[in-house]
Design a protein around this ligand. Sequence first.
Ligand code: SF4
Length: 459
Amino acid sequence: MCGVFGAFSKDGNSVLEDVYLGLYALQHRGQETAGIAWTDLFGNKNVHAMRGSGLVHTALDQKALSSNTANVAIGHVRYSTAGGSDFSNAQPIIANYARGSVAIAHNGNITNATAIRNFLENRGAIFQSTGDTETILHLMAHQSHKPPLDALVGALRLLRGAYSLAVLLGNRLIAARDPWGFRPLIIGQRGEVTYVASESCALDIVGAEIIRDVKPGEILVIDEKGMKSLKIPVTPRRKHLCAFEYVYFARPDSLIDGRSVYGVRKALGCYLAKSSPCGKADMATGLPDSGTISAIGYAEASELPYEKVIVRNRYVGRTFIEPTQRVRDLGVKIKLNPIGKMIDGKRIVVVDDSIVRGTTVQRVISMIRDSGADEVHVRIASPPVRFPCYYGIDTPTCEELAAARMDTETLCRNIGADSLAYISVEDMTEAIGLPAPDLCTACFTGEYLQGGEDYEMDL
Ligand code: SF4
């Protein structure tokens, strides 16, 4: 999972600070590296980049950034999926090729990247990184007889899988979303500045109004003449917007494809309360912060009091997106602490967004029991995660996924709960409020892109 942000100013005012702020708002989508690329203010169109490791404020030197001026820029926050956590995979990636300068910031995972890479390497291409994004640059360079925009469209035509892109082509800002619409991408406007962002919360921070989501399969070209829409020449069988964006990844103050993430999470809790009530409980609580909103929905629909009895240390990152098991194990202890006095002698419903490896929920239940709880019932606001994700989320292999290894009863015993229940795929879809054929639910159902829509490539 990564975050992208871009800005184009028609009046020539510098957008570098806006991009920096936009990345701040997208920090939850990646904490390994952050970067910004920009082209010189009009005229000379050289591309420049600043990239670093860690959170935005440590990765990027704000003072050095403010000594530059650019009317068009893109930014990226990275959590490694394809290519691993090597710094050479930090984005935006930039290049000056035969037809001009280009910079790319990518969220998603290109499923046929290895096939493309092998094809190009056999023809002499030398890749600088291990990531999938660089294949786009090489595919463009491979078509150097075409103008850069045509070469980009030609490259995107060959890609399979997930990509939401912010691209600099000379002095133009391009937003592009794969034909399946896996990852969100939204356009905003403030005065003479047009923005593209992974999530609408990043538009809020720069004071921009939402214009609309970038449509699946759409390329938006933003320049001094305005905004032009083109189509990626690929016809998908159906859309595949990631259901997990609503369940966990996106910020609750974002809107994705017109649906409030907060509203969806609360609805997930309500559906869960109806399908898996827990009448004898004294209270409902959520695992902070991922389960909090669904827990409020669960409590409301069950007419139970909602109590915040697990406190999170705000200065520790999210365990699920830490790259090693050791850090994840430590992270739970460092991060969460139950309030013993509230818990002692109580029957508690604990709501969380999902169970991936099961480590966090197991440790939390153990802490709650140690604090004197009489009963601990676990309710999960997504269906069992049984399959890995190939579309830009670093879920573990099947062997590591708790729900792939154990049935619900065994997992319930394993995590030490008195009962365990999940929302169904159907109820999750209803809570999201989009038609089922528009959503990707592959990590719950195993229904991935099929055949030619997935790995096949015709160069
Ligand atoms: S497999 Fe799961 S996490 Fe991956 S895109 Fe589909 S719904 Fe999202």
